[in-house]
Design a protein around this ligand. Structure first.
Ligand code: UDP
Length: 344
């Protein structure tokens, strides 16, 4: 297959590109490089030992999208491009609806015109909001709290409607829990843009001496150690799920009658902030100082996945444990201080 990856130089997109290439498919990548660096394209090619076709483009440029899809001759789309920070989305909702929704409408409109019927969408567990029941299943209510989560739910809804309207269209939304880690080669990984918002990228910058101390956002939650619990999952496991998802949409082997489905991608196991910190200390062999500060507004106390549907429908299971995830994340951080500095 020839597969179009939007957001190809981003964190998940770059890991997925490596796995898609390893599975023998060709990659046509798009990224506007607004939150990633072009170096990552070369790192993908080095890691996979193969070249990709690359276009620098903002998906809000409808003519540009049309032009690429008219000529790229692709069989399927993995759509990763978008902004992903809850706090930023609360402060600037227009930016999120524009970058996540308008961009997706352009992409899907061009895909429809050119008969590209197989779509895999990068969604998030934030579509569940404050989950009332744990673990979270795909039948849990969709009730996102932040603009970010709402944009993911809107695009999922659009895909579902498109599958209903067009018999040939099939789409799978993959709802990631908390992806961390990096490719074991140390060549690709997460390059945070400015101050990291997420826990593990921040912890790694404390471990490497770039930042002095981790602020733990609250230790008075109703959890065993008082800190929030999340389902951390290795980014390479997430990337591999996309290769299985491509096969599944191609064979129409999932989802509802219209050809739309959504799957949770998590380990099914929750870890507290302090447990992650301990795993990072073990993986880095650095002390990593922390102090406890006030809760971060909008944080749910506990969320973790029921990943059994992904196991049943794709045969996918997360393979890596927490210490391995932290060790791989550290390996990349340590090897890429220069690339990191260019993004700060
Ligand atoms: N967290 C923290 N300090 C940080 C960043 C995050 O204590 O500097 C906590 C945060 O409150 C949450 C957990 O770590 O409980 C995971 O946060 P992250 O932003 O990585 O993921 P999300 O909130 O999207 O699940």
């Amino acid at each position: 297959m020839r597969v179009l990856l939007t957001g190809v130089t981003g964190y998940i997109g770059s890991h997925a590109a490596v796995e898609v290439l390893a599975a023998g498919h060709d990659v046509v990548g798009i990224d506007d490089l607004s939150a990633s660096i072009i170096d990552t394209r070369h790192a993908i090619e080095r890691t996979a030992g193969r070249k990709i076709e690359f276009h620098e483009l903002d998906l809000r440029d409808a003519k540009g999208v049309e032009c690429i899809l008219a000529h790229a001759d692709v069989d399927a789309i993995l759509h990763f491009a978008g902004r992903k920070f809850v706090g930023e989305s609360v402060a600037d909702p227009i930016r999120y609806y524009s970058r996540n929704v308008t961009a997706s409408v352009n992409l899907l409109a061009a895909a429809e015109r050119h008969g590209i019927n197989n779509i895999v969408f990068s969604s998030s567990c934030t579509v569940y909001g404050d989950a009332a029941e744990l673990p979270v299943t795909e039948h849990s209510p969709i009730s996102p709290v932040s603009p970010y989560g709402k944009t993911k739910a809107v695009v999922e809804g659009l895909l579902e409607d498109l599958c209903h309207a067009q018999e040939a269209t099939r789409a799978l939304a993959l709802r990631y829990f908390n992806p961390i880690g990096a490719h074991p080669s140390g060549l690709i990984g997460e390059i945070p843009w400015g101050t990291p918002n997420n826990l593990v990228p921040y912890v790694m910058q404390v471990a490497s001496g770039q930042r002095a101390v981790l602020s733990v956002f609250g230790d008075d939650y109703d959890t065993p150690d008082g800190t929030c619990i999340r389902d951390y999952v290795h980014v390479v496991d997430i990337a591999k799920a996309h290769v299985l998802a491509l096969d599944a949409v191609g064979r129409n082997q999932f989802g509802n009658r219209d050809g739309f489905g959504a799957l949770n991608l998590g380990t099914g196991q929750g870890h507290s902030v302090l447990e992650v910190l301990d795993a990072c200390r073990a993986a880095t062999r650095r002390p990593i100082p922390h102090h406890v500060v006030a809760r971060r507004p909008g944080d749910a106390a506990v969320i973790y996945a029921d990943p059994s549907r992904a196991a049943n429908e794709l045969g996918w299971r997360a393979q890596h444990d927490l210490v391995t995830m932290c060790a791989d994340h550290w390996n990349f951080t340590r090897n890429n201080a220069e690339r990191q500095a260019s993004a700060s």
